[in-house]
Design a protein around this ligand. Structure first.
Ligand SMILES: [Zn+2]
Length: 169
């Protein structure tokens, strides 16, 4: 079983590299460096994408939704793996539950914890790879562009209110 765990970690680590490359593409485009990819359990890439809020002026274009849309229609999502450089927000956590994706791999949850506790409470396997590369890439961006980041996680800049810790019911 230990060797299985190591094999899984290597498999998920390789998948994360695809999402990380997308995050870097987003950064090079002048956007928020968050990337994602949708895979089958045996490692076939179905779609990949990145946050396009800045590039397309679209606040709903998150890494996960971009990858999900590019994967096209799938017969089922139960056997798919959503891989993302950052823990999914409430909106993307809702997408994961709506389509019954059973496995989520996150690069990190330090910059933003999002809905991972909620996903776990609902039986979804969430694997946090605690990637320093992912933490540093986003951390640097957040420090340089705090306003864009606050906008992305739904913090109301006018009132200073935050939705990040609210629980979706
Ligand atoms: Zn999201």
């Amino acid at each position: 079983m230990v060797s299985d765990a190591i094999a899984d970690r290597e498999k998920y680590g390789a998948m994360l590299q695809v999402a990380l490359a997308e995050a870097r593409t987003g950064l090079a485009e002048g956007g928020i460096p968050i990337g994602a990819a949708l895979f089958t359990q045996d490692g076939k890439l179905l779609g990949k994408g990145h946050n396009r809020r800045v590039q397309e002026g679209d606040p709903s274009a998150h890494g996960e939704t971009d990858a999900f849309r590019r994967a096209g229609r799938q017969r089922t999502y139960r056997d798919k793996i959503m891989v993302t450089t950052l823990a999914p927000c409430w909106y993307c956590s809702g997408l994961i539950r709506q389509f019954a994706i059973r496995t989520v791999v996150v690069g990190e949850s330090e910059n933003f914890r999002g809905g991972i506790d909620w996903l776990r409470e609902n039986g979804i396997e969430v694997i946090d790879l605690r990637s320093r590369e992912c933490v540093h890439l986003l951390e640097k961006y957040v420090n340089q562009h705090p306003d864009v980041w606050k906008e992305d996680i739904g913090e109301d800049q006018a009132s200073g209110e935050t939705e990040r810790n609210a629980r979706p019911q």
